[in-house]
Design a protein around this ligand. Structure first.
Ligand code: MTE
Length: 325
């Protein structure tokens, strides 16, 4: 998807989203028609949402509060959020994770805390979820591939989790390391990325009130394909910063090397702030396609910091963002 090597070109990379959407709808309806004996045209009238049963059990999350974040945004459908995914451990096609991620076991789940901390420790997901009241926040998510979604996440402020980790004064960066278990992850092969997938933030970025650790979406426990049981959400950065299924948090004095920077340092930087004036070497970042908006919908102008500049731009005062991309 992101890399120059020919082996990295996947069908979803070279399939425009509207073609992908119509192909997916056709396959779904044709499949239904075969199964039920009705014509494909008749099948088109069958409720798509009912037909597309997710592969994993859906479980309601209780005890979270609504917030005003993104209250005026039009949400991307649950179906699009949970079937158009990037989770390479489960395949590089957009539809692979929804199909394959049922093999991920999310309980028991613990997160190791290490590096520049008062003392190493292990936190259970259940305890992490109690560190702060869970909140629903509607965030725009901008993928580096120039598409976007609007997702009602449920999570806790990342700052609360960082505080519970008790980093020392030496901690300048925080690294998030994700699960890499070939027994649960069918696509964990060499040559795709240097596993485990990892990401990182400067401590002040991690402590920013907009950064959250998500444990759910659309009122439910996070589906496996979206990074269960907990994944990062940093809405002013490209989506690849949002590491999924985190098992280790490490505090460091120096900037960590991250999976995408290792894979393509000319194309992906550590900061990865959404920036319409710094193009990816192979495509423009000036506009984006909102997933689910329809074949004829005009592209949306991408905003600096994904529209969150008034809240986060001061984190980068004095930095040349074309150099620190
Ligand atoms: N985390 C892991 N462990 N593996 C991945 O392949 N893909 C990233 C990010 N987190 C990825 C990951 C990318 S490229 C994006 S755009 C987002 O997850 C996609 O999140 P979504 O599928 O929930 O929209």
């Amino acid at each position: 998807m992101y890399l120059r090597r020919p082996t990295d070109i996947t069908p979803s990379t070279i399939t425009p989203q509207e073609v992908y959407d119509s192909r997916r709808a056709f396959i779904k309806h044709a499949g239904l028609a075969l199964a039920t004996g009705v014509s494909a045209i008749q099948a088109l009238h069958i409720n798509i949402a009912e037909a597309a049963q997710p592969t994993i059990a859906r479980q309601k999350l209780s005890g979270y509060s609504k917030t005003t974040y993104g209250a005026n945004e039009k949400l991307t459908s649950y179906e699009d959020v949970t079937t158009y995914n990037n989770y390479y451990e489960f395949g590089t096609d957009k539809t692979d994770p929804a199909r394959s991620a049922h093999t991920l076991r999310t309980r028991p789940w613990t997160v190791a805390i290490e590096g520049a901390v008062k003392k190493n420790k292990t936190l259970a997901i259940e305890d992490i979820m109690k560190l702060a009241p869970l909140e629903e926040r509607i965030y725009r998510m901008r993928c580096v591939e120039a598409w976007s979604m609007v997702i009602p996440w449920i999570g806790l402020p990342l700052a609360k989790l960082i505080e519970a980790c008790e980093p020392t004064g030496n901690a300048k960066f925080v690294e998030f390391i994700t699960l890499a278990d070939p027994k649960q992850m069918p696509s964990l092969r060499p040559g795709i990325l240097d596993w485990p997938y990892n990401e990182g933030l400067r401590i002040d970025e991690a402590m920013h009130p907009l950064s959250i650790m998500a444990v759910g979406l659309y009122g439910e426990v996070l589906p496996n394909q979206n990074g269960a049981p907990m994944r990062l959400v940093v809405p002013w950065k490209y989506g690849f910063k949002s590491a999924k299924s985190i098992v280790k948090i490490r505090f460091t004095e120096t900037m960590p090397q991250t999976a995408w920077v290792k894979a393509g340092p000319r194309e992906y930087g550590f900061y990865s702030n959404v920036n319409p004036s710094v193009d990816h070497p192979r495509w423009s970042q000036a506009t984006e396609r909102r997933i689910g908006s329809g074949v004829f919908a005009p592209r949306i102008k991408t905003l600096p910091f994904n529209g969150y500049a008034d809240q986060v731009a001061q984190l980068y005062t004095g930095m040349d963002l074309s150099k620190f991309y």
